[in-house]
Design a protein around this ligand. Structure first.
Ligand SMILES: Cc1cc2nc3c(=O)[nH]c(=O)nc-3n(C[C@H](O)[C@H](O)[C@H](O)COP(=O)(O)O)c2cc1C
Length: 211
């Protein structure tokens, strides 16, 4: 296991804002680590917006170890077959500070292409500053992108639903990190895990082929 594999610890990079002091990043990473969904956390304040942590499921979907991907921009998974317009759109959406759901061709480390259904959402601090981007990836190669419309997979309404889940996750994290030794703290941490699971459920339910 690499230094960056998520088991509940903090990444090497230590964000320099007040929220980090309250353990937001660490709590967020702990929540992500419990998910069986591929997830990645980035830091837009660092040069070229690198990934700062991924979980085991992300290592599985990408073929890269956490150590190989942390510190690099996720565009490294793009390549032959990736729609340039979609990739550029991702860049615009991130530059505007928005979230999105998009799908594009990515490549495993061994070069095998796959369709990646990508959920992206900004994580803001209490003053509205974007301190991280959070991503969830699905391999939808078996559920061809053409099928997305068949399951009413509307790009328009999904970001709102996903954003609501992320907001809930951030709220739970804030609650979890506000207390210290009291029993409510343990309950709040449990809330973090529940919120992360709900996020995974929502994204799974919206994926192509879901009932
Ligand atoms: C947290 C995070 C996760 C991302 N995950 C992926 C991914 O799995 N696959 C992908 O093709 N792009 C992913 N991206 C998008 C690229 O990193 C990049 O933002 C996109 O290619 C647009 O920027 P560019 O035009 O500079 O390449 C992710 C971005 C962020 C912030």
């Amino acid at each position: 296991m690499s230094d960056h594999t998520l088991t509940g610890g903090a990444p090497d990079h230590a964000p320099n804002d007040a929220l980090a002091g309250r353990g937001i990043t660490e709590a967020l990473i702990a929540a992500i680590a419990h998910s069986t969904e591929p997830m990645a956390l980035s830091d837009p304040r660092l040069p070229d917006h690198p990934i700062i942590a991924v979980n085991k499921a992300f290592e599985h979907i990408s073929g890269y170890t956490a150590a190989e991907i942390v510190g690099r921009n996720c565009r490294m998974m793009q390549g032959p077959g990736t729609d340039d317009a979609t990739a550029r759109k991702l860049g615009r959406i991130i530059a505007e500070g928005n979230g999105c759901v998009e799908w594009l061709v990515n490549h495993h480390k061994d070069g095998t292409p796959f369709w990646n259904l990508l959920f992206l959402s900004p994580v803001r601090d209490g003053e509205g500053r974007i301190i991280h981007y959070f991503a969830n990836q699905h391999d939808i190669t078996k559920g061809l992108p053409e099928r997305l419309s068949e399951v009413n997979f509307g790009r328009a309404h999904m970001p709102a639903e996903i954003t609501a889940e992320f907001q809930r996750l951030v709220h739970e994290i804030a609650a979890a990190t506000a207390g210290s030794d009291d029993p409510a703290h343990a309950r709040a941490l449990e809330g973090v895990i529940v919120a992360a699971r709900r996020l995974a459920e929502v994204s799974s339910a919206l994926a192509p082929g879901a009932a």
